[in-house]
Design a protein around this ligand. Structure first.
Ligand SMILES: *[C@@H]1O[C@H](CO)[C@@H](O)[C@H](O)[C@H]1NC(C)=O
Ligand SMILES: *[C@@H]1O[C@H](CO)[C@@H](O)[C@H](O)[C@H]1NC(C)=O
Length: 472
C-alpha cells in the first residue's frame, strides 16, 4: 500500500514541479517533409562514400581445379533513393523508410588458374530493391538542446546483378554464384552505420540552438528546452524556457508562465508561440537593470512643437511656476513605478505602464529644483513583427491618465497639463521606446536558418509566429 502510494507520488512529481514553457515551437508535417528532403541529400552523399575493400580467394571449379580470384578497385558509381518517407511515432520518435533504392558499383576482377593462365577485366554490380528502415529518437541533451540518435536500423538488399566485361563465360558463373553474395553482404553491412552517421551529423547543427541568446548589454534570453521534445501524431513540439534574464544574473521574476496551447495549424513548417510571460520577463529584467527611466529635456522635443520644456510653458497652466522660477528651462524625470505588463488578447497586445514624472526647473547654476511629481498611467498598443531572426515591435499610445502625487509649488489642477504630457509621450518617450524595440530580440534559431512566408498573430495569452524556414 505504502509502496503503491509512494510510486504514485513519484510519478506525479515531474508534472507538479515542471514549469510551463514560455515559448513553444512546433515542427509541422510540412517542416518534417522539408527536413526529409535535406536529410535524404545527406544520406545519399553518405552512401556514395561506401568503400568496399578488395577481396580475393580460391574456389575449386571443375574440371579446371583451383581458381584464384581477386576483386579490386571497387567504387560506387551511383546511388538512387527514389522513395522515402518519414513517419512520426507518437511518444517515440521518427521513422525514416527508404524503399526501391539502388546502388551501382564498378570494379576490376582478376583470375589465375592452371598455374599459368591469367585473365582480367572489369565488372559492374547493380544492387536493386534496397530498403532501409531506421528509427530516430529525439531527446533533450544536458544543455537543453535537441539531440537525435538512431534507435534502430535495418537494411535489406533485394537483388544484385553482376555484369562482367572480358574473360571466359564459364568464369561468369563462378562469380555470379558466390561473389555476388559476398558483395551484397559487404554493401549491406555498411548501410546502417552510414545512415546512423548521417543522423548523428545532425547533432552539431542542433547544438547551434541559441539556448542563451544575447540581446544587448543588459539582457539575454534563455531558449533551452524545459523537457524532452514531444512527438505527436503530426508534429514535433518543443517546450522552451523563453525567459529573459539579466546577463549573468538569473533571478526569477515574481510571476510565472501560464499554460498555453498552440492551435492545430499546419500551413507553415514551423510555429513559434511566445507567451506574454516571455515579454513580461523582459520588462522585469530591464527594470532591474535600471534602464526603464528616461529624463526628458527641451532639446529632445521637436523644434516645430509649440510646447517647450520651460517655466514659461508650464507657467501658463501653473502660474506659481512662472512666478517663482521665471525664465528657466525644465527637465522631466520619468520612472517606472511598477514593472510594465503586457497582455495578449486576440488581435490586441496592450502594455500597461505606471510611471512617475518628476518635473524640475533647471537653475542657472544647474541645480534642479523640484516642482511637482505626477503619476502617469499609460496604456499603449504594441504591434510585433519579425525581421530577420528577430522579433521587433512598435508601440502607439492608447490613453494616458495623470494624477498629482506631490507638489512643491502649491495646489494645481493636472487636467490642463494632459496635452503637454500627451505631446511629451508622443514626441519623446514613444519614439525612444520604439527605437529600442526596433532593434529586435533574437528568436530561437538553429544554424543558418532563414525565415520565409512569416506571419504573426496575437492570440489569448501568447503570440503565434508561423513561418517556413530555409537552411543555406
Ligand atoms: C485591448 O485589450 C485591452 C486590455 O488588455 C483593452 O483595454 C482594450 O480596450 C483592447 N483594445 C481593443 C481595440 O480591443
Ligand atoms: C543655485 O541657485 C539657486 C537659486 O539661485 C540657489 O538657491 C542655490 O543655492 C544655488 N546652488 C548652488 C550649489 O550654488
Amino acid at each position: 500500500m505504502f509502496l503503491c502510494c509512494w510510486l504514485g507520488l513519484v510519478a506525479l512529481i515531474p508534472t507538479t514541479l515542471s514549469t510551463n514553457p514560455g515559448v513553444k515551437v512546433r515542427l509541422t508535417e510540412k517542416g518534417i517533409e522539408y527536413g526529409r528532403q535535406l536529410g535524404m541529400a545527406v544520406i545519399q552523399q553518405k552512401l556514395r562514400s561506401i568503400k568496399i575493400p578488395d577481396f580475393s580467394g580460391t574456389e575449386t571449379v571443375s574440371p579446371i581445379g583451383k581458381v584464384q580470384y581477386s576483386l579490386s578497385n571497387m567504387h560506387i558509381v551511383n546511388v538512387g533513393l527514389p522513395k522515402s518517407s518519414v513517419d512520426l511515432v507518437p511518444g517515440t520518435g521518427v521513422t525514416l523508410s527508404i524503399g526501391d533504392a539502388f546502388i551501382s558499383l564498378n570494379g576490376n576482377w582478376r583470375v589465375k588458374y592452371l598455374r599459368i593462365i591469367k585473365d582480367s577485366g572489369s565488372f559492374d554490380l547493380n544492387v536493386n530493391g534496397l530498403s532501409i528502415a531506421t528509427t530516430i529518437s529525439i531527446k533533450s541533451d544536458e544543455t537543453g538542446r535537441p539531440a537525435v540518435s538512431t534507435a534502430s536500423c535495418s537494411a535489406t538488399v533485394g537483388s544484385a546483378k553482376v555484369k562482367f566485361h572480358g574473360g571466359a563465360s564459364w568464369l561468369y558463373n563462378l562469380f555470379t554464384t558466390f561473389i555476388d553474395k559476398a558483395l551484397r553482404n559487404a554493401l549491406q553491412k555498411q548501410i546502417c552505420p552510414l545512415v546512423a552517421d548521417a543522423v548523428s551529423d545532425l547533432n552539431p547543427q542542433l547544438k547551434t540552438l541559441n539556448v542563451l541568446a544575447k540581446v544587448d548589454k543588459y539582457a539575454e534570453i534563455e531558449y533551452s528546452m524545459v523537457s524532452s521534445p514531444t512527438v505527436l501524431k503530426s508534429s514535433i513540439d518543443l517546450s522552451l524556457k523563453g525567459e529573459f534574464y539579466n546577463i549573468g544574473k538569473h533571478q526569477e521574476p515574481p510571476f510565472s508562465p501560464a499554460a498555453f496551447y498552440l492551435p492545430p495549424q499546419n500551413n507553415n513548417m514551423l510555429y513559434i508561440g511566445m507567451s506574454a510571460f516571455t515579454v513580461n520577463s523582459a520588462a522585469f529584467v530591464y527594470n532591474n537593470a535600471g534602464v526603464l527611466s528616461l529624463s526628458v529635456t527641451d532639446d529632445m522635443i521637436p523644434k516645430s512643437s509649440p510646447i517647450r520644456l520651460n517655466t514659461k510653458t508650464f507657467g501658463a497652466f501653473i502660474p506659481q511656476i512662472a512666478k517663482q522660477f521665471p525664465g528657466l528651462m525644465m527637465k522631466l524625470l520619468m520612472k517606472m513605478e511598477k514593472i510594465p505588463t503586457l497582455t495578449f488578447e486576440p488581435n490586441n497586445a496592450t502594455v500597461q505602464a505606471t510611471t512617475t514624472v518628476t518635473a524640475f526647473a533647471i537653475q542657472t547654476n544647474s541645480t534642479l529644483s523640484p516642482l511637482f511629481v505626477l503619476n502617469l498611467e499609460a496604456s499603449v498598443s504594441a504591434r510585433m513583427f519579425v525581421s530577420e531572426m528577430k522579433l521587433a515591435a512598435a508601440v502607439t499610445l492608447n490613453k494616458m491618465d495623470l494624477t498629482l502625487a506631490k507638489s512643491y509649488v502649491g495646489d494645481f489642477q493636472v487636467g490642463p497639463l494632459e496635452n503637454v504630457f500627451q505631446g511629451v509621450l508622443k514626441w519623446v518617450v514613444i519614439p525612444t521606446v520604439n527605437a529600442q524595440l526596433a532593434k529586435g530580440y533574437p528568436l530561437p534559431s538553429i544554424g543558418k536558418m532563414k525565415l520565409m512566408n512569416t506571419q504573426l498573430d496575437v492570440l489569448k495569452d501568447y503570440m503565434l509566429i508561423g513561418t517556413d524556414v530555409q537552411f543555406s
